[in-house]
Design a protein around this ligand. Structure first.
Ligand SMILES: C[S@@+](CC[C@H](N)C(=O)[O-])C[C@H]1O[C@@H](n2cnc3c(N)ncnc32)[C@H](O)[C@@H]1O
Length: 198
């Protein structure tokens, strides 16, 4: 259930980052929520993509990252941010060299700069209580498929509430906004499940 990897579905994440920067540039805080983030590969990928674009304003970025799996200590694993080289070898070499530090024994840690912008907390999406508000971007990929149709709709309504005006929602390619709530979001680009709050 926690299958994930670095730079998964890169084109959608790149689109999402570009749209978010267009929306949130000039704000004191660029707030992002990565919901169902598993072991950290996705939020750290997002943080790296933002780091590549934001320059000096990177410290305005706050990525709240959540998962409900406390049994397997996901929180500790995300905060530790240490991964085996096998998991990292598909990352472009220049990015790998820039953002990962060797810990010896084929193990690498995400660098301090990137780690410092990612904040993990345990959260069950089906509680339907948002962890905050005014998010410029919410990423929820490969999670909603585990829910029943009515649960999916309620979670998407929660995201709508938690987004700032014009905020962006990124889903996996097979996930569409159900017709009953299509008035809440508009699709940003035809070739990705990337939506803007209406
Ligand atoms: C397949 S992983 C997806 C990881 C990442 N988003 C990606 O696309 O690569 C699904 C994650 O959703 C989490 N998840 C499932 N149900 C959840 C719930 N009710 N609340 C929060 N997280 C949940 C699981 O623990 C798992 O880590």
């Amino acid at each position: 259930m926690a299958f994930t990897f670095f730079f998964r579905d890169l084109p959608v994440l790149e689109y999402a980052v570009q749209e978010t920067i267009k929306l949130a540039m000039g704000r004191m805080r660029i707030k992002v929520w990565d919901a169902g983030s598993a072991l950290g590969q996705e939020p750290y990928t997002l943080a790296i993509l933002f780091a590549e674009c934001l320059g000096a304003t990177f410290n305005n970025l706050f990525i709240d990252t959540t998962d409900y799996d406390s049994e397997n200590n996901f929180g500790d694993i995300v905060k530790q941010a240490t991964y085996k080289y096998d998991e990292l070898k598909r990352i472009p070499v220049d990015i790998f060299k820039k953002y990962f530090e060797s810990q010896g024994k084929d193990t690498f840690r995400v660098c301090d700069k990137v780690r410092s912008r990612v904040f993990f907390q345990y959260h069950d999406l089906l509680s339907l209580r948002p962890i905050g508000s005014d998010y410029a971007l919410i990423v929820c990929k490969n999670v909603l498929l585990h829910f029943q149709c009515h649960e999916r709709i309620e979670v998407l309504k929660m995201y709508h509430k938690a987004l700032s005006s014009g905020g962006v929602l990124a889903l996996e390619n097979t996930q569409k906004i159900p017709d009953t709530i299509s008035h809440l979001f508009e699709q940003v680009v035809p070739d990705a499940q990337l939506y803007r709050k209406l």
